[in-house]
Design a protein around this ligand. Structure first.
Ligand code: HAS
Length: 577
C-alpha cells in the first residue's frame, strides 16, 4: 500500500523542522572551520587561530558539529518523519518535547565548552586528554535525548501498528530506522561507561589516575558502529526513495532487509580495527575484529549491487539500450518535481565508492599499519560520512523543509549544482590526502605551522606541500558547493507558503517482494548480535582493564593551541614508581 502525504502542522511540524534547522545552522560553522583547517594545513593560512578559534578548538568543533550533532539531530528528525508517514500514527508529543529539550540543551552546553576553549579534545575525545565537565554532560544529554523517541514513541507505535496490521510486512523504512536506533542504544552503553566513570570524574577532579587503554577500547566499542548509525538513514533513502526518483523500482526488498539485519549483527564487534597499533591488546583478538570488519562490509556490497540493479531497471524504464546505456538514462540534472534529490544520492554514491575501497584497506590488519593516523584516514571519512551521508542528509533536509513549509525548493539550479561541486571537491580532496597519507603526512596536526616550513622542522618534505595544496583546492570547491546549497535552503525556509505543510516521501515499489522468514523474524538476529558482541569484547575489555597503564592525569586544564602544558605532560607520562 503506497502511503500518501500526512498533513503536518503545529508542534509536530515545529519539532521536525527545528531538528533539521538547528543542526544546519551549526553545520555552517562546522563546514567553514573545515575550510580553515584545509587552508591552515596547506600553510595558506599561517595564523595559529582564526577569529580567536585555535587549530585544535576548530578541529574539535568541526568534528563534533559535523559528525555528532548534525548526524544525531538529523537521524531523529528523519526517523520522526518516517514513522509519522509509514505508520500513519501521531507522534507522542510529550516524549518529543522531552527529547528536544535534552538534545538542544545538551548541544548548547557542549558548544559553550568548545567555543570558550574549554574542550579541545577532538570529536573522539578520548583520554588522557580532558575537557571541561560541561562538554561531557552536554554530550550525554544529547545522546540520551536522541534515544527517547525510539523507546517511548517509535517502538510503542510500531507495536500498535503491528496489532492493527497482523499480516502486513513492517515497512522497509521502519525496519531500517528501528535497526539503526537499536544499534545506537547498544553502542551508547560502552561510551556512557567511559564518560561517566572515567572522563567526567577526571574532569571534575574527583580522580587523578585513569586507564586510557580501557577508555579507548570502550570508545571504539562505540566508535565504529557510530559510522553505521550515520550510514543507515542514507541507506534507507537509497533503498526506499532513490529507485522511484530514478524512474524505476527497488530491485529486491528482501535484500534490503537482509542488509539492515547484517549491519545489526556485525557493526559493533569490530572496534579493535581502530586499535591495531595498540600495545596492550593481543593480536589474536585484533585479527578476529579484522575478520568481522570484512563481514560488516558485506551489507554495503549487497547495497551496492541492489542499488545498481535498481538504477539499471530505472534506466531501462527510461528507454536505455545496450549493456551500460542505463547509466546515461538517469535524471542527473532533472528539475522535474522532486527529481533534483537524485543528484544528492548519485553524488554521494560515487563518493562512497572511494570511501568503501579505502575502508577495506583500513580494515586490512597489515595495510592499516601504513595508513593509521595518516592523512589517508581523513580522505576515507570525507568520502563516507563527508560523502554519501552528508550529501543524502543535506538533500533530505532541503526536501523536508520544502514539504514542511508548504513551498517549492527555491534556487533549484543552485540546489542541483551543490552536490556535484561537493562531489568533485571531495574526490580531489580524497585523492590528495590518500597520496599524502601514503607519504606519511600525519592527521590531526596543523601541518602549515609545524611541518611545511623547512626552517621550522627537520620533518619537512617538499612533496607534502604539493598534495596539501591539491587537498586545499578540493576543500574550497566542496565549500563553494555547500554555500550554494545554503542559499537554496535558506531561500526555501523563508519563502511564502503556497500549499499545506505535509510529510510525504517518494516511496518506491519493489520488483522482488517475497518476505522470507530469514528477514522477517527479528528475535534470532538480536540474540546473535548480543552473543557476537559478548564473544568479541569480553576478553579485550578484560585485557584493557588488566594491562592498561594507570596514568596520572591532572584533570581538566584550560589549554591553548591544543597543546597540553609541559607540567601536565610530565604528569601524564610519568611511569608508576
Ligand atoms: Fe571507516 C576509520 C574501516 C565505512 C567513517 N571510518 C574511520 C573514521 C571514520 C570512518 C570517521 O578498518 C576515523 C575514525 C577516527 O577518527 O579515528 N570503514 C571501514 C570499513 C568500512 C567503513 C571496512 N567508515 C565507513 C563509513 C563511515 C566511516 C560508512 C562513515 C559514514 N574505517 C575503517 C577502519 C578505520 C576507519 C579500519 C580505522 C583506520 C585507522 O587506522 O584509524 C566499510 O563499511 C565500507 C564498506 C563499503 C563498501 C562500498 C560499497 C559501495 C557503495 C556505492 C555503490 C555505487 C553505486 C553508484 C551503486 C564496500 C554502496 C554507481 C554509479 C553510477 C553513476 C551508476
Amino acid at each position: 500500500m503506497q502511503a500518501t502525504a500526512i498533513p503536518t502542522k503545529g508542534a509536530t511540524r515545529f519539532i521536525i523542522l527545528s531538528e533539521l534547522i538547528i543542526p544546519f545552522i551549526l553545520l555552517i560553522l562546522g563546514v567553514l572551520l573545515g575550510l580553515y583547517q584545509v587552508l591552515a594545513r596547506a600553510g595558506i593560512i599561517k595564523s595559529a587561530d582564526v577569529f580567536g578559534i585555535n587549530y585544535y578548538q576548530g578541529l574539535t568543533l568541526h568534528g563534533v558539529i559535523n559528525a555528532i550533532v548534525f548526524t544525531t539531530f538529523f537521524a531523529v528528525a528523519f526517523g520522526n518523519a518516517i514513522m509519522l508517514h509509514q505508520l500513519r500514527r501521531p507522534l507522542k508529543m510529550g516524549v518529543q518535547w522531552a527529547a528536544w529539550v535534552l538534545m538542544v540543551g545538551g548541544t548548547l552546553m557542549a558548544a559553550w565548552a568548545m567555543l570558550t576553549g574549554r574542550a579541545t579534545v577532538l570529536y573522539t575525545f578520548y583520554l588522557p586528554m580532558v575537557a571541561h565537565w560541561t562538554f561531557y554532560v552536554g554530550a550525554t544529554l544529547l545522546l540520551i535525548g536522541s534515544l527517547l523517541p525510539y523507546f517511548l514513541d517509535w517502538i510503542p507505535n510500531t507495536v500498535a501498528w503491528r496489532r492493527e496490521n497482523p499480516n502486513a510486512k513492517l515497512p522497509l523504512a521502519v525496519l531500517g530506522t528501528l535497526v539503526n536506533f537499536t544499534l545506537w542504544f547498544l553502542i551508547i552503553l560502552p561510551l556512557a561507561t567511559t564518560v561517566l566513570f572515567q572522563m567526567l570524574p577526571m574532569s571534575l577532579g574527583l580522580v587523578s589516575e585513569v586507564n586510557p587503554l580501557l577508555s579507548r577500547t570502550l570508545f571504539w566499542f562505540f566508535g565504529h558502529a557510530l559510522v553505521y548509525f550515520w550510514l543507515l538513514p542514507s541507506y534507507i533513502m537509497l533503498y526506499t526513495m532513490l529507485p522511484k526518483l530514478a524512474g524505476g523500482k527497488l530491485y529486491s526488498d528482501p535484500a534490503a532487509r537482509l542488509a539492515f539485519l547484517l549491519f545489526l549483527l556485525f557493526s559493533i564487534p569490530v572496534g579493535l580495527h581502530h586499535q591495531y597499533t595498540e600495545g596492550g591488546l593481543s593480536s589474536g583478538w585484533k585479527l578476529w575484529h579484522a575478520f568481522l570488519t570484512f563481514m560488516v562490509a558485506l551489507p554495503s556490497f549487497i547495497t551496492a549491487f541492489t542499488v545498481a540493479a535498481s538504477l539499471e531497471h530505472a534506466g531501462r524504464n527510461n528507454g536505455a539500450q545496450g549493456v551500460f546505456g542505463w547509466m546515461s538514462k538517469l535524471p542527473y540534472w532533472s528539475r522535474e518535481g522532486d527529481k533534483w534529490l537524485f543528484a544528492y544520492f548519485i553524488s554521494g554514491l560515487i563518493l562512497f565508492l572511494f570511501g568503501g575501497i579505502t575502508g577495506i584497506v583500513n580494515a586490512s590488519y597489515s595495510l592499516n599499519l601504513v595508513v593509521h593516523n595518516t592523512a589517508w584516514i581523513v580522505g576515507h571519512f570525507h568520502t563516507t560520512v563527508g560523502g554519501l551521508v552528508t550529501l543524502s542528509f543535506l538533500g533530505m533536509t532541503l526536501y523536508l523543509v520544502a514539504r514542511l513549509r508548504g513551498v517549492e525548493v527555491k534556487a533549484k539550479p543552485l540546489a542541483l549544482a551543490a552536490p556535484y561541486l561537493w562531489m568533485i571537491g571531495f574526490v580531489i580532496f580524497e585523492i590528495a590526502l590518500s597520496i599524502a597519507g601514503l607519504q606519511g603526512v600525519p592527521r590531526r596536526s596543523n601541518l602549515g605551522i609545524s611541518y611545511l616550513d623547512p626552517s621550522q622542522t627537520h620533518l619537512y618534505r617538499g612533496d607534502w606541500l604539493f598534495w596539501s595544496h591539491v587537498g586545499a583546492l578540493g576543500g574550497v570547491i566542496a565549500v563553494v558547493g555547500f554555500l550554494l546549497f545554503t542559499v537554496s535552503l535558506l531561500g526555501t525556509l523563508f519563502a511564502k507558503p503556497v500549499k499545506q505543510p505535509e510529510v510525504d516521501f517518494p516511496i518506491a515499489e519493489a520488483i522482488h517482494e517475497e518476505a522470507t522468514p530469514l528477514v522477517v523474524n527479528l528475535r534470532p538476529w538480536v540474540t546473535a548480535t548480543l552473543l557476537l558482541i559478548a564473544i568479541s569484547y569480553t576478553y579485550p575489555v578484560y585485557e584493557s582493564m588488566t594491562r592498561g597503564q594507570i596514568t596520572k592525569v591532572p584533570g581538566y586544564q584550560s589549554i591553548q593551541n591544543g597543546l597540553v602544558p609541559q607540567s601536565a605532560l610530565r604528569e601524564q607520562t610519568r611511569l608508576p614508581e
